[in-house]
Design a protein around this ligand. Structure first.
Ligand SMILES: [Fe+2]
Length: 179
């Protein structure tokens, strides 16, 4: 079962890389520089198509479900906080995608809003990862192994579509272009 936790931690490193790229794009926006459009769109697609569509559902069906069923009160509260925060993060991502898709480009005030939205999304997704790594990944491994048997099946099911490795290469390519 630690295999899945290792897999989720590796996905967090990819997410940290993606958020770092977005922060650099927010810096560019603040300095009045247009961030690279295709790369920005790719990072937003990564968040939508992998982080929110693959990583978070996999965590929900394995780690969060296990902690909700077997964890103590504090751990269960953390599960609720993660789910609420993920919902808030999804709203911020939806806002970013709308702003980025405006056909006429961003006006000055909208540029400031986009930068602020990126920084808010960055902050709360970092919070989510810290809570998961410090508390929930540990709590999820406490129940008897027999209660965790579905993890492997969920992990295999989540690997459909464009996988983590493909996205990792895409993100690294963007990082190389921005450096
Ligand atoms: Fe996570």
């Amino acid at each position: 079962m630690t295999d899945l936790i290792d897999q989720l931690k590796a996905q967090h490193e990819d997410l940290r890389l993606a958020l770092g790229l977005l922060r650099r794009m927010a810096d560019q926006i603040d300095f009045g520089v247009e961030p690279p459009a295709a790369d920005c769109a790719l990072v937003l697609s990564y968040l939508l198509e992998f982080t929110f569509a693959v990583h978070m559902p996999l965590e929900a069906k394995t780690v969060l479900a296990t902690v909700a069923a077997h964890g103590d009160g504090l751990a269960v509260e953390c599960v609720g906080k993660i789910l609420r925060t993920q919902s808030e993060a999804k709203s911020l991502l939806d806002c970013l995608r709308v702003m980025w898709g405006l056909p006429e480009g961003l006006a000055l005030g909208e540029r400031a809003a986009m930068s602020a939205t990126i920084r808010a999304l960055d902050r709360i997704l970092f919070q989510c990862m810290k809570i998961e790594e410090d508390q929930l990944f540990v709590a999820a491994l406490r129940p008897p192994a027999d209660d965790l048997l579905d993890w492997h099946r969920e992990s295999l099911a989540a690997s459909d579509g464009r996988g983590a490795e493909c996205w990792r290469q895409t993100l690294q390519g963007i990082a190389d272009r921005l450096s």
